[in-house]
Design a protein around this ligand. Structure first.
Ligand code: FAD
Length: 436
């Protein structure tokens, strides 16, 4: 009997290698090349389907910290990434082919890992019977039949098929001189942070949205927009006033500084209980990241905003993790079946790999009769895993960012916030590692 991993992407490869490092036999099923996804181009494991960047390598960023923590936990993705890196300034980018080849080699040559190239069509597939545990790491483009089977197990409402993500900003970077609290018709509420726009500012924002560079749609992403979640720039294309009558409508809001209803209002909604991060309501977008950085700063309250995550819209199969997964990433509805990678609701290459690594470690600990405590939410990995237990309404995927960590205690100067988050994360990670 072996452990079974379904999907040889970033998460599946890390998970299989973590199990094998613990001396456990693994069978890994990868459907490519016999069957492929709309984004993969090769038959290599851990293929990077888009950018070749694993993002910032700076030690004072959340993703930089995640890299450090993964490396400390023996991540093969991090080892291969360092071995195949290409110059990219402060980011860690890789030669995508060398990287995927290196992971493919590490997995295929491992004596405890057996790779089978075939699709697992259902959680009831006979090939899974008798497995010690099944780790489903089938990614954002999991095959249709497997996704259907997963939906049947967890209930259709527990599985989503696309992301429509609005940007998230760091609360500390919002200019409160240009923002006010209040819900529509209820100024005493502090549910929303409202960013008023004058007519001139609104029109400049609409013009910038129309002119900005967008990420081209892939064929498989086109259907997404029919499902009722239009990108903000597409709404702007329908007419200059469409947004002012839609998500930016000022109805029921009075700016306490002027005593008047603004021409338009961008509403920000808290991402977490601590209110350290806010998303821009209705701003799901396909603008390129640098364009988001430029255009959304035209909103006066966000002129100096720090974006914790940019918006995006793409096909993405992921579960409603807080509802369907246990702390150990096991399906509540189907004990013995676990999920890792993007399908859990983490977002990004590195986050998916980190999640796979964690699941491999959890399963190895279980096999040894131990339970593995999660790293605290002050750490990057703990924050990422903590997001899968998010209590916010309408679970949405997230990459790792400081907004997922508990708020800093005491007053910390803006310039020192990142350093303080990073120092606290390192301390917490070392303590957790030592106590394991
Ligand atoms: P994957 O890496 O996709 O691996 C899943 C594997 O499972 C695949 O190899 C697939 O063939 C296999 N599989 C699926 N179904 C089955 C089945 N039934 N049986 C057997 N095998 C199966 N993230 C970034 O950080 N940067 C980016 O630039 C970026 N661009 C993206 C662009 C697109 C179009 C998409 C869809 C995603 C993008 N992402 C990006 C997100 C990125 O794909 C994921 O973060 C990451 O690859 C997910 O890792 P994973 O292991 O969960 O899934």
């Amino acid at each position: 009997m072996s452990h079974i991993v379904v999907g040889g992407g970033l998460a599946g490869a890390e998970c299989a290698l973590a199990l094998a490092r613990a001396g456990l036999a693994v069978t890994l099923f990868e459907m490519r090349p016999a069957r492929t996804t709309p984004a993969h181009q090769t038959d290599l494991l851990a293929e990077l389907v888009c950018s070749n960047s694993l993002r910032s390598d700076e030690p004072v960023t959340a993703v930089g910290l995640l890299k450090e923590e993964m490396a400390a936990l023996g991540s093969e993705v991090m080892r291969a990434a360092r071995a195949t890196s290409v110059p990219a300034g402060k980011a860690l980018a890789v030669d995508r082919e060398l990287f995927a080849r290196e992971i493919t080699r590490a997995v295929s040559e491992h004596p405890l890992i057996h790779v089978l190239r075939c699709e697992i069509e259902s959680l009831d597939d006979p090939a899974l019977v008798g497995a010690k545990a099944v780790a489903v790491c089938a990614g954002p483009l999991a095959s249709d039949s497997l996704a259907k089977s997963l939906a049947a197990n967890i209930g259709g409402e527990g599985l989503y098929f696309y992301d429509a993500i609005a940007p998230i900003v760091d609360a500390a970077s919002i200019d409160m001189e240009h923002a006010f609290w209040g819900s529509r018709w209820r100024p005493e509420d502090d549910d929303y942070l409202n960013c008023p726009l004058s007519e001139e500012e609104y029109k400049a924002l609409v013009a910038a949205l129309l002119a900005a560079e967008k990420v081209p749609c892939r064929d498989f992403e086109k259907a997404v927009h029919f499902e009722g979640c239009l990108p903000v720039e597409e709404m702007a294309e329908r007419g200059e006033m469409t947004l002012a009558f839609g998500p930016l409508k000022p109805v029921g809001l009075v700016d306490p500084r002027t005593g008047k209803r603004p021409f338009a209002v961008v509403q920000l909604r808290a991402e977490n209980r601590e209110r350290t991060a806010f998303n821009l309501v209705g701003f799901q977008t396909k603008l390129k990241y640098p364009e988001q950085d430029r255009v959304f700063r035209l909103i006066p309250a966000l002129a100096k905003a720090e974006f914790l995550r940019f918006g995006s819209i793409h096909r993405n199969t992921f579960v409603d993790a807080p509802r369907v997964l246990t702390d150990d990433l096991e399906l509540r509805a189907r004990p013995g079946t676990f999920l890792a990678g993007q399908i859990t609701g983490v977002e990004g290459y590195l986050e998916s790999a980190a999640c796979g690594l964690w699941l491999g470690m959890v399963l190895a600990a279980r096999e040894a009769g131990r339970t593995l405590a999660r790293p605290p939410r002050e750490t990057a990995l703990g924050a990422l895993l903590g997001h899968l237990k998010s209590e916010a309404k309408g679970f949405q995927p997230s990459n790792v960012n400081f907004g997922l960590m508990p708020e800093l205690s005491g007053r910390v100067k803006k310039k020192q916030r990142k350093e303080t988050y990073a120092a606290r994360a390192r301390e917490a990670f070392v303590a957790w590692l030592g106590a394991r």
